[in-house]
Ligand binder design. Structure first.
Ligand code: GTP
Ligand code: SPV
Ligand code: MN
Length: 618
């Protein structure tokens, strides 16, 4: 693991551009005092700069260059085995009052957390370069866009960030020039592995520096993020979950908009009618797959606008407008293959950073599900020899690819439209082996908010924890809401009231219901186009529905099953609404709602009572 990077190589430096706001330059100087880096480098976002940083990481052994003939411009990173996913129990919302965080977040008093963090950050960048990364979430200068700056001592984080967000000189120009006072979110990130201690003792770097102690802290009141000890994904790319969801959801509450863990697509039916749909599924529950879906139904088209985060704001026309603030995909590798997601496979052909996947003997990558058969020999994500006889997976279950959105063959030309796109439907989903039907339509916006608020899902490898455990994950935002979720539900109700009849329709889907034999009832992936087609039909007023206690479901024959091999029994089972099981869910919902006390909107209690009444008369 010890690398060859000598401490005395010339550190990469680049001064602050003359158009950087003085307030930003002063803030950086203040942090330099605390962090004590050996060098400071303002990221300009150029290809030459990225090439230089990449070369340095390859030289240091932190990145492996893949075979340029098979995977041009692409690299593999292997993390420390203790730094492979988001760490929810080390993620904190820090406000002056516990009411600022609510019952579903880890709260810390902001002042106390600042004092607790200080010794960890003090000198944490000794021997390293501090990179200053100005960025814009959303098109630079767009009406839904927001600015941020991440300070980091991880060149790996910089390289990922420049795929995931608009970084460097261009967004910096939007900060208003030297006298600029445009607000921006401040993020400080350190892997927490200084190369020199306070006495000047040095140590060698490692391929994946991190710290056993981790802090992922958000300060919504001051729009700050402090992240310590991890180099991985949502812990380290502060523009993503920390900013674009946790901080942004709080900004949205204050300013009348929504920051959501949603994919965004445009669906076009055979008659040429287009619909914009956003869908919230918890981590590793199918957003990227739906965002890139190749419909099996002839004549239908799905275009990709975003796969993870959607910002939405009521427009001047009274409709809800939606925008993807990112510029890349940080997607789950396992399960991504030619049959499940051929669009993703195309997207990853070049210029991609892979993290914790397996390395093939010819210098390419592999993971479970990429092909039906594993190669004879691989180097697994830990760097060990792997054969088909091995008892552990070759790729980590949360291994990921970071790829530029513009490489996606199904990308919508409007993906970076300044105003976003007008939204027609919102879909909630989760990973449920039982109870939740393949698709239902909510009875109203208020019922839709109830559906979103009560979503439960089986836990995945995207965060540390017990995989498979069922937990409530309202709006797929449990780990990402920056404030009290009771207030968040109320905010959703408020936004809906403002939209009135122009509000999007709300649906719930479940691709993951299982039969008695434990296998999925519904084939999923491209076949999900049949469900999307019914949703579009509902929006167009052409698809028939029947009432169920959970909402409207496809009437017999309304779901296009042409050419699909599915038994009558499996289909019936995937739509079943078992009354007793749902009454038991209602009891669990009572307990879940009780956690919020006074912040839970009374409308949701009313919806629960209505659901019970419908179940009783079913
Ligand atoms: P995050 O990036 O963590 O937010 O995840 P995501 O919601 O984008 O999930 P993704 O699309 O990457 O899918 C996660 C896993 O679910 C992959 O292994 C997929 O193969 C699997 N998956 C996605 N869609 C379906 C489906 O329709 N049916 C089944 N059975 N599995 C699916
Ligand atoms: C998720 O876990 O929802 C992700 C990956 O999209 S991460 O960026 O690590 O949050
Ligand atoms: Mn996600």
């Amino acid at each position: 693991m010890i690398t060859t990077r000598p401490l005395d190589t010339e550190p990469s430096t680049a001064p602050a551009p003359s158009w950087a706001p003085r307030a930003l330059v002063a803030w950086v100087a203040e942090q330099v005092e605390l962090l004590e880096p050996d060098a400071v480098h303002w990221i300009d976002g150029s290809d030459a700069e990225a090439a230089r940083l990449t070369d340095e990481l390859v030289e240091a052994g932190s990145l492996i260059a893949l075979n340029p003939e098979l995977r041009p411009g692409s690299h593999l990173a292997r993390t420390d085995p203790g730094d492979v996913a988001r760490v929810e129990d080390r993620t904190f919302i820090c406000t002056t009052d516990p009411a600022g965080a609510g019952p579903t977040n880890n709260w810390r008093e902001a002042g106390a957390m600042t004092r607790e963090l200080r010794p960890w950050f003090a000198g944490s960048m000794r021997g390293r370069t501090l990179f200053v990364v100005p960025f814009s979430m959303g098109p630079v200068g767009g009406p839904l866009s927001q600015l941020g700056v991440q300070l980091t001592d991880s060149a790996y984080a910089v390289l990922n960030l420049r795929i995931m967000a608009r970084v460097g000189s261009e967004p910096l120009a939007a900060f208003g020039g030297a006298d600029g006072e445009v607000p921006f979110v401040r993020g400080v990130h350190s892997v927490g592995f200084p190369l020199r201690d306070e006495r000047g003792e040095t140590r060698d770097d490692v391929a994946w520096p991190c710290n056993e102690t981790k802090y992922i802290t958000q300060f919504p009141e001051t729009r700050e993020i402090w992240s310590f000890g991890s180099g991985y994904g949502g812990n380290a790319l502060l523009a993503k979950k920390c900013f674009a969801l946790r901080i942004a959801s709080t900004m949205g509450r204050d300013e009348g908009w929504l920051a959501e863990h949603m994919l965004l697509i445009r669906v076009t039916d055979p008659a040429g009618r287009a619909f914009h749909i956003a869908a919230a599924f918890p981590s590793a529950c199918g957003k990227t797959n739906l965002a890139m879906m190749q419909p099996t139904l002839p004549g239908w088209r799905v275009e990709t606008l975003g796969d993870d985060i959607t910002w939405m704001r009521p427009g001047a026309d009274g409709r809800l407008w939606a925008m993807n603030p990112e510029t890349g995909f940080f997607g789950v590798a396992p399960g991504t293959g030619e049959t499940s997601n051929p669009t993703a496979v195309r997207t990853l052909h070049a210029n991609t950073i892979f993290t914790n996947v397996a390395l093939t003997d010819d210098g390419d990558v592999w993971w479970e599900g990429l092909t039906d058969e594993a190669p004879d020999h691989l180097i697994d994500w830990r760097g060990d020899d792997w054969t088909r006889a091995s008892s552990t997976p070759a790729a980590h279950p949360n291994s990921r690819f970071t790829a530029p959105i513009e490489q996606c063959p199904s990308l919508s030309p409007d993906w970076d439209a300044h105003a976003g796109v007008p939204l027609d439907a919102i879909v909630f989903g989760g990973r449920r082996a039982t109870n939740v039907p393949l698709v239902t339509q909510a009875r109203s916006w208020r019922h839709g908010v109830f559906v979103g608020a009560t979503v439960a899902s089986e836990q995945t490898a995207a965060a540390e924890g017990v995989v498979g455990e069922l937990r409530r994950d309202p709006f797929a935002m449990l780990p990402f809401c920056g404030y009290d979720m009771g207030d968040y539900f109320a905010h959703w109700l408020r936004v809906g009231a403002g939209l009135g009849d122009a509000a999007p329709e709300v649906f719930q889907v479940n691709w993951f219901r299982k039969g008695a034999d434990g296998s999925f009832l519904w084939p999923g992936f491209g076949e999900n186009s049949r469900v999307i087609a019914w949703i579009a039909g509902r929006l167009a007023g052409t698809a028939e529905a029947v009432e169920t206690p959970l909402g409207s479901a496809p009437a017999p024959g309304a779901l296009d099953l042409t050419g699909l091999e599915i038994t009558e029994e499996a289909l019936a089972e995937s739509f079943a609404v078992p009354t007793q099981a749902w009454l038991a869910e209602c009891t669990l919902t009572d307990a879940f709602f009780a956690r919020f006390g006074g912040t839970l909107p009374p409308e949701l209690h009313a919806e629960l009572a209505d659901l019970r009444a419908r179940l009783a008369s079913a």
